[in-house]
Design a protein around this ligand. Sequence first.
Ligand code: CA
Length: 244
Amino acid sequence: MFQKAISNFTQQHSYSSLCPKAFFFDMDGVIFDSMPYHAKSWVKAFEEIGIKFSEYKAYLNEGRTGASTIANEFLEQKKRNATETEIQQLYKIKSHNFEKCGDPIPMPYASQVLQKTKSLGIDIFLVTGSGQSSLLQTLNTFYPGIFSPDKMVTAYDVKHGKPHPEPYLMALEKANIKPNEAFVIENATLGIQSAVAANIFTIGVNTGILDEKELIQAGTNLIFNSMQDFYLQMDFLLDCCKKR
Ligand code: CA
């Protein structure tokens, strides 16, 4: 299955090889099990300004920047553009709600995946649509010695959030590598679309409530049911890359 996914990918892009020098990790739903908190925080924030927003919709919007999520709902429900001030105020409320949710919960087996990646000499980048300063600081508490500020792309760095390829293109630039020298690890459809549009081999880890066909339709090259599942098959997957 891995060999076939790799062959399909390299043929499609006319790459001579797939040899990962860096793994680009999404954060929410991959590194932290934070999506339930985000969903609740969004619903409550929108409620305050009379916009109906469901937790399900929050999951569908996962990976999009906060500003873009707010702009879309204003257009759809208030039939006008949100002002910069409205966007900033609402995002502040959402962030405040999120911070009140309590300590983030590390995703099971994220630590093992990160440690193994590091031990294999593969570079670790974080590519997230989040701009929560508290969450970024928390990375070092839960995963000491893994992440560094120069190896991160956050909401502050990009003009276009996922599903636009910009976040992953910027990660390639920061890592100074080609698209066939990276793997992306993503859990959400918009994130997968972003990685696929950047022509990077994309590993979908289905840690949320979505039917796996959603991730497949978004274009993921491989799919795992959990970070544990991915962890257990990392060696085999990397061997398949080397054999080509
Ligand atoms: Ca995510």
